[in-house]
Design a protein around this ligand. Structure first.
Ligand code: ZN
Length: 371
């Protein structure tokens, strides 16, 4: 294992942060895996998983069992990690700009035009050429802020990875994953090992999230290049939501770290026989099919369903109780699926998001992810 540190742009005199990465395994085996945790900073379940994963990778490396380059970034957002306002941890948005740390990444799809002339008839060679174009584009980027320098550093570490795994967590949630339709066949085993209760598929959910910055480039190239210029899938990317923010325990983190090791074995990135694939707990569904619930009125939020519950159409999910009039407003599901995430707060303002249930039929368009 070797440790690297990338200095971030200093936001103010006397203040310096760094992005630390741990590098394992041989770089000459034709496979690179990139795993990062806690891009929204206050996502400690993911961070603890990487602590246990790092221990395991060190053992495996010492035993000569690694068959790929593996890059691990346990703290992918040191900027957000230091944001504390009146006792509240603010990790999702940068305080200075209000920007979501997992949006606004440089859109690599703008390189597609350049690639049109550069690519030839050999798919492997085309993969190499595209990666060179990406590296050159990132090398000439000039970040203006600490936020931009963090995002650029993350892309530089991950842009040539065959597999990008972005570990987050939600507020109160079941284990679930987001990936693209194109990557699903290769991500499905990961969903099985993790015991994901929902796998949500979208090609472009809007907003420039980290995972799609990788996957959209290759997908777009594949859509736009003629058959005479074949483009392989140079990178598959997946966002893993390691349950809810308070689901921090050694047992669960170990289970998730073991699942990641199993998946890397399945891919051949770690030598040895992979654990037999467990069943997929729930079929993949379109992200556009997820029903999102919002509070029509303000009041005390009382949950009527538990995380991970199988929900039927018409089933009551939330009550909102007005403490002055005693009026109770019940919100029921219009969709059959799994209640995979909900908000953690128990008093809601009008219009506040409440939670989401998976659905098989697309019902939403436009930007599919929350702010
Ligand atoms: Zn997150």
């Amino acid at each position: 294992m070797n440790t690297q540190s990338i200095p971030l742009l200093s936001p103010a005199i006397g203040t310096h942060r760094e992005l630390v990465s741990f590098h394992f395994g041989p770089a000459d085996r034709g496979q690179k895996i990139y795993i990062q945790a806690s891009l929204h900073a206050d996502e400690t379940p993911a961070m603890l998983t990487t602590v246990l994963l790092k221990r395991r990778l060190r053992e495996l490396e010492q035993a000569g069992a690694l068959n790929a380059e593996i890059v691990l970034v346990p703290v992918s957002n040191p900027v957000g990690l230091a944001q504390n306002v009146l006792g509240q941890f603010i990790g999702r948005f940068e305080l200075g700009s209000g920007k979501n740390f997992n949006r606004h990444f440089v859109q690599l799809t703008k390189l597609v035009a350049n690639a049109k002339d550069a690519l030839g008839a050999d798919a492997n060679e085309n993969c190499r050429i595209v990666r060179e174009l990406v590296a050159a584009e990132l090398a000439q980027q000039q970040p203006l802020t600490e936020f931009e320098s963090l995002q650029l550093a993350l892309l530089k570490l991950s842009c040539d990875a065959d597999v990008v795994i972005d570990l987050h967590c939600s507020l109160e949630a079941a284990m679930h994953v987001y990936t693209s339709e194109a990557a699903w066949a290769e991500v499905e085993p990961l969903s099985r090992y993790l015991g994901a209760e929902a796998s949500l598929l979208a090609t472009d959910s809007g907003g420039g999230a980290f995972d799609e910055t990788h996957s959209l480039l290759w997908w777009t190239l594949q859509q736009q290049m003629p058959a005479s210029k074949p483009v392989p899938t140079g990178s598959i990317a997946v966002t893993v939501e390691c349950r809810g923010q308070r689901d921090v325990s050694y047992e669960v983190a170990q289970q998730d770290a073991d699942a990641l090791v199993d998946y890397l074995r399945w891919r051949g990135a770690i030598r040895g026989e992979a654990r037999p694939l467990p069943p997929l707990l729930a079929p993949a569904t379109p992200l556009a099919g997820s029903e999102q619930f919002y509070a029509p009125v303000s009041g005390i939020l009382v949950h009527r369903a538990k995380i991970g519950d199988a929900i039927r159409v018409g089933q009551p999910l939330f009550d909102i109780v007005d403490p002055l009039t005693d009026a109770t407003t019940t919100i029921a599901s219009q969709t059959e699926g799994v209640l995979y995430m909900r908000r953690a707060i128990r008093f809601v303002t009008t219009g506040a998001p409440l939670g989401r249930v998976t659905g098989t039929r697309p019902i939403r368009t436009g930007v599919l992810l929350g702010a």
